[in-house]
Ligand binder design. Structure first.
Ligand code: SF4
Ligand code: SF4
Length: 68
């Protein structure tokens, strides 16, 4: 399964939390935020599709989508 999916942030649901658990928990460093005034983003090349970020986002703002 890993490699078939990548995660995606639902920007309209993202609360831009001061502490974003997916950034800390992502095992590949794909979940990142450069500017605290904007939602985080996902490096699609680095994402392994493990789904950890989906589990740990408290606002369900992250989903897994099929890689195209
Ligand atoms: S934890 Fe979820 S809602 Fe909060 S900043 Fe991260 S992705 Fe957005
Ligand atoms: S699916 Fe896994 S590798 Fe991809 S951003 Fe989420 S936690 Fe990181």
């Amino acid at each position: 399964m890993t490699g078939t999916y990548v995660s995606s942030i639902l920007v309209e649901k993202c609360k831009q939390c001061e502490v974003c658990p997916p950034i800390k928990e992502c095992p590949s460093g794909a979940f990142q935020r450069i500017d605290p005034d904007y939602p985080p983003f996902i490096d699609q090349e680095a994402c392994m599709g493990c789904g950890v970020c989906v589990e740990v986002c408290p606002y369900r703002a992250v989903i897994l989508v099929k890689k195209v």
